[in-house]
Design a protein. Sequence first.
Length: 254
Amino acid sequence: FRLCSQSITNGKILFIYFRYVVFLQKFLETAETYFMVGHRVKYYIFTDRPEAVPNITVKAGREIVTLRVQNYSRWQEISMRRMEMISHYSQQRFIHEVDFLVCVDVDMRFSDHVGVEILSEVFGTIHPGFYGAERNRFTYERRPISEAYIPPDEGDFYYAGGFFGGMVAEVYKLTKKCHKAIMADKNKSVEAVWQEESHLNKYFVYHKPTKLLSSEYLWDNNYGSPQFLKKKRFLSVPKNHAAIRNKRSLQLKC
């Protein structure tokens, strides 16, 4: 696998619903400072509120693309539908516009440089809560009825759902496979323990990523500052998960 850094166009996919819009400005401002500096970037923003996307000026060769998507009543459903939307747009649009996709959560901020070193056919990132952990601590889906089921004696790492990607064709295969598995579970009235993250981990058990990123590429300060962590490149923003995800609160405020 060879990478020509001068001809790269990256597509960064963000999913934003209701209150998550409040995180977008800080995300984009820090991305413009630290993410793929000197390269062409398209920020694909999936949201049910395109009118709430802030008007931010980005550098030459970079572009914000807003894509309207349906809202769902449960945050778990929103989470699972990501795979469906990524696979659909990868086939219909992204394959014609960018070379690589980087799929991330928006309630984050960049604090150090993230560049072409992350790119590969398909990459995954170790979840900050499980860096160096033994397999028996991984919160894989353990119910055999689910398509995300992983046997106790399988799996090398626990991957974060908030930072993965690769070449568009490979991301399409990954997200299509995960979406089919999610829909198969749905038909059985089953929901994986960590929604699409559980299915992502199942995929990576049997289709190893060609590049593995350490937790410096996705960190949460709630886990402290362990000695092994030399840099924190991409950080979770402190937030009240209950308030953000609670449907009644969202309806009252939006």
